[in-house]
Design a protein around this ligand. Structure first.
Ligand code: NAD
Length: 339
């Protein structure tokens, strides 16, 4: 039976890279009934609302979405589609595996995971102008959200055979908000005796990421630190074209790359679709389609090892379509060999 999945192509390079992910899933032989739902800047320009209710209703019904990036105006304008989607559907855990690919030149062979709290912190949207010239942004931290993200990180570490969780905070300065999250994490740790808990202040964590990233294991942190450190992680493994992500809640999950709409290369057919394809791999594991997911993982590794058909961001000459066609060929080959 086909899986029903919402597809949100998004803005900028979103439609190009999400089409690539669709083709690769098809090549892996997984039947999906896509409910395509537009959202983002263009939808806002036409109808005023970047995230119409039909999109949320679709994800509530399918419980699963693959999403391209959506643009957000800087300063004024509407609220981020991404933040609204995550908060409205309570997709509290943002999981971002940061892993080097073969023969992509980087300083280290990186293999770490960022688990970012996705619904609170400074992204809660509690901003106000107290008086002319004085603005305030409230960093919301609750015990409930701190507990469930810590639990998620420890369970993730157990399931994926990772011995350590590093909680990243700034409780030396934000003693009450980050202090609460840290305290809750310390209380959760003894419930997971096989996993070591390490504590690190966010500035030290940034430095450790560029010196010894694998020592961090599964990093669990609040919303803003997780957002910034994810891009740092992308830089470590060759760029934003390489880091996938999953937004997980109790009732739904939305899979999307870490990168944004890349307006500088949108429409040129040169975007690297690897990150959204890897997000699709996470989605297939989530759907129980592990053989197909592993075939795609294997095909990606082979394609990077061969270094023949790669996109321009890592020195290749192929466009998005050529890269995808070659990857689909490899996926079909692996699936046939699997029988
Ligand atoms: P960006 O990630 O879009 O681009 C940063 C740089 O990385 C650009 O030079 C871009 O060309 C390059 N890049 C990104 N993805 C790439 C890919 N797949 N292949 C090759 N190169 C790639 O970040 P930005 O420019 O800061 O943001 C642009 C817009 O995207 C903003 O409106 C922002 O709000 C939005 N955004 C959305 C999401 C999301 O939907 N989840 C995430 C981040 C940013």
């Amino acid at each position: 039976m086909a899986h029903s999945i919402t597809l949100i192509p998004g803005d900028g390079i979103g439609p190009e890279v999400s089409e690539a992910a669709k083709l690769v899933i098809e090549a892996a032989g997984v039947a999906i009934d896509w409910d395509v739902q537009t959202a983002g800047l263009e939808v806002a320009r036409v109808g005023g609302n970047p995230l119409p209710d039909r999109v949320l209703e679709s994800v509530r019904a399918t419980k699963c979405a693959l999403k391209g990036p959506c643009g957000t105006p800087i300063g004024g304008g509407f609220r981020s589609v991404n933040v609204t989607l995550r908060q409205t559907l309570d997709l509290y855990a943002n999981v971002r595996p940061v892993k080097s690919l073969p023969r992509v030149e980087t300083r280290f062979d990186v293999d770490m995971v960022i688990v970012r709290e996705n619904t609170e912190g400074l992204y809660a949207g509690l901003e106000l102008m107290i008086m002319p010239g004085v603005a305030q942004s409230i960093k919301l931290t609750t015990e409930r959200s701190s507990r469930r993200i810590a639990e998620f990180a420890f369970r993730y570490a157990e399931r994926h055979g990772r011995p350590r969780v590093t909680v990243v905070h700034k409780a030396n300065i934000m003693k009450i908000s980050d202090g609460l999250a840290l305290d809750v994490t310390r209380k959760i740790a003894p419930l997971h005796p096989t996993i070591e808990l390490k504590e690190m202040i966010v500035d030290a964590a940034a430095m450790t990421m560029v010196r010894n990233p694998n020592s961090l294991g599964v990093m669990v942190t609040e919303n803003l630190y997780g957002d910034i450190l994810s891009d740092l992680g992308a830089g470590l493994v060759g760029g934003l074209g390489f880091v996938p992500g999953a937004n997980i809640g109790d009732d739904a999950a939305v899979f999307e790359a870490v990168h944004g709409t890349a307006p500088d290369i949108a429409g040129k057919g040169i975007a690297n679709p690897t990150a959204i394809i890897q997000s699709a791999v996470m989605m297939l594991h989530h759907l129980g389609e592990s053989a197909a997911a592993k075939a795609i993982e294997q095909a990606i590794l082979r394609q990077y090892e061969a270094r023949e058909v790669l996109t321009g961001d890592i020195g290749g000459k192929a466009g998005t379509k050529e890269f995808t066609a070659e990857l689909c060929r490899r996926v079909r080959e692996i699936r046939e060999a699997q029988g």
